[in-house]
Design a protein around this ligand. Sequence first.
Ligand SMILES: Nc1nc2c(ncn2[C@@H]2O[C@H](COP(=O)(O)OP(=O)(O)OP(=O)(O)O)[C@@H](O)[C@H]2O)c(=O)[nH]1
Ligand SMILES: [Mg+2]
Length: 343
Amino acid sequence: MFSFFRKKAPPPAAAETPAPAAALPVAAETPPAPAPAPGRGGWLGRLAQGLRKTGSSLAQVFTGTKIDDALYEELESALLMADAGVAATEALLVDLKRRVKDSRATDPAAVKGLLADAITDLLAPLEKSLVIGEAAPTVMMVVGVNGAGKTTSIGKLTRHLAEARAKVLLAAADTFRAAAREQLGVWAGRNQVEIVSQEGGDPAAVSFDAVQAGRARGCDVVIADTAGRLPTQLHLMEELKKIQRTIGKALAGAPHEVLLVVDGNTGQNALAQVKAFDAALGLTGLVVTKLDGTAKGGVLAAIARWGATRPGGPVPVYFVGVGEKLEDLQTFSAREFAQALLG
Ligand SMILES: Nc1nc2c(ncn2[C@@H]2O[C@H](COP(=O)(O)OP(=O)(O)OP(=O)(O)O)[C@@H](O)[C@H]2O)c(=O)[nH]1
Ligand SMILES: [Mg+2]
């Protein structure tokens, strides 16, 4: 059984340190896979760089000399501006005030550290490993709005899996555009994995064929790439449900993972997307992309806060993306993210 896990605690966000702390998918019963060249240190730097606007506006809050109402009000504004949403912002403020009281902190700089702890605790339930190997094959269906980064994330995930010596098969269930099939084909070629694709075919049929092929060929993982769509396009949401049902006919219990890819720049709308896709399909995990750009990052707090009230528990963030390169997909760590967010 494979699971994605962090090999050891990473260095602090700012340091550009070399490779060994890279998050790797590791196969328990196979020889260790080679580490990808760029390390988690460099990756964390890119995350902090991407979130720098939020970082500097949060840091600004703690430059004064007093812990007073003005500080908390400024912090509230900064969290709202960072897309954390009203509920998560309120929860963080309540938690932070309690921590300040308990620790008897008098210096605003100390409050910043306590805020990092509060954010880490809020985000911690989102931290979870993507486990494969419990089913043969593990079938994943990847969904999301147009241009969120689905195909790119599948390419990067495939690389992680291939490095862990998992046999991967890709299903080009985005059958709308020839370019979409070609794009997935390029990632398949780069990672030297097989792909099932069909010109103008029905996405459910392509997915069905891929799962059957995956079973017949002894694959560890089958990943279906779907076309982007808005949750308000009801007929397209029905199509996703049909893909999901059809995969279940090819292999009972599948798909094992329904992953939503969200663009980190979408702000509060990202939470609306998570809720809508979850209501339609029952999500098992998230991939948050483009955190290297102008993303504010606070939406993860909003997603965590919502997750706390979700009957099945929070939808975990399996991976975050900080660029377009193969190695720019990394496992999510609440502590690292909180540190990057605070600059
Ligand atoms: N900077 C940055 N760009 C990314 C990241 N992930 C994806 N992209 C870029 O976002 C664009 C869209 O990515 P795709 O993977 O094609 O998105 P998609 O969700 O498959 O798009 P559709 O299939 O058209 O719905 C591409 O230019 C990617 O290179 C990321 O983490 N950071
Ligand atoms: Mg795509």
